[in-house]
Write a protein that binds this ligand. Sequence first.
Ligand code: SF4
Ligand code: SF4
Length: 326
Amino acid sequence: MARRNPHRPFRPDPAQMALAPPVSGNAVNGLGETAPRRARVVYWAPDPDRIPHGRMQRWFYQVDPDNPEIAAARADRAARVAIALPPVSGPPVQRSPEAWTAALQAFRTEAGVDMVGVAAMDPDWLYEGQKTHFSRVIMLAVRHDFDRIATAPAATAGAEVIVQYGRAMAGALRVATWLHRQGWEAEPQTGPMAGKILLIPPAIACGFGELGKHGSVINPEFGASFRLAAVLTDAPLAPTAPRSFGVDGFCQSCRLCEDACPPEAIAPRKQMVRGVEKWYVDFDRCLPFFNQHHGCAICIAVCPWSRPGVGPRLAAKLERRALRKG
Ligand code: SF4
Ligand code: SF4
């Protein structure tokens, strides 16, 4: 039997809901559309006035703004946004694609991130109306402090997310600086604000993990408890391989995130979204709770893969099971 959910029933703040647009966020996302198309920015727009849910995005910032942890995390991230990249200098350093990727892996610690990967650019990852000439997407991930994210939906978890977005941004700036100093152009893409490209598809393509039922990437070592950033470049890095370790099948029979989600936004089955059948979180249900509770993150915290030490054991168990089945 499902455990009682302490956050149900959830009653959205009428002041927030008065700002909801007439259009559904699920329609913006292409839920039910059978033809492929590029994604549209549904939230975290750099200019909220350009999206239907922009007034709700502004409302997010008036929840608990004086909380010391949230205020400190926002101030830290704002300081990082202001850091300028040095110009591209010197002739482009030449290495084989494999040597470039090995050099990037060796730079990971100095970049201050927990994972790096590389994907060949797929134009379908660009948001509608965006263009790029870059051929590579370098993906970066930084892990949450699990004890802090486990407090979700408290302010501490919200502050942890902002802290890690700041760390991911600093990592992207360091990687872009590293490339500029070797004569290659580079363009950081840092969350939570939407940039030119979606971050989840290249994260899956570069081997960070698989899409979970809660709509986040699940990695065997970090679970879903991490944040992403990217750097676009033409430096000819070799792509890193995608990895599959049984998450999809696991999610079919697990429902921890479904039961824990206060507004019941996580669907039990995959749905058609812009021509692809996949796990999908109901945007219109999630957003009011997310906004009212510092970005929520309950689904990330309760996912068994996120608990430190559990993911590698689960992946090994699923692999043994798959081998037994032949
Ligand atoms: S972030 Fe959204 S989908 Fe996840 S638990 Fe919270 S409300 Fe549900
Ligand atoms: S909580 Fe369970 S169903 Fe949800 S994403 Fe994690 S493993 Fe999948």
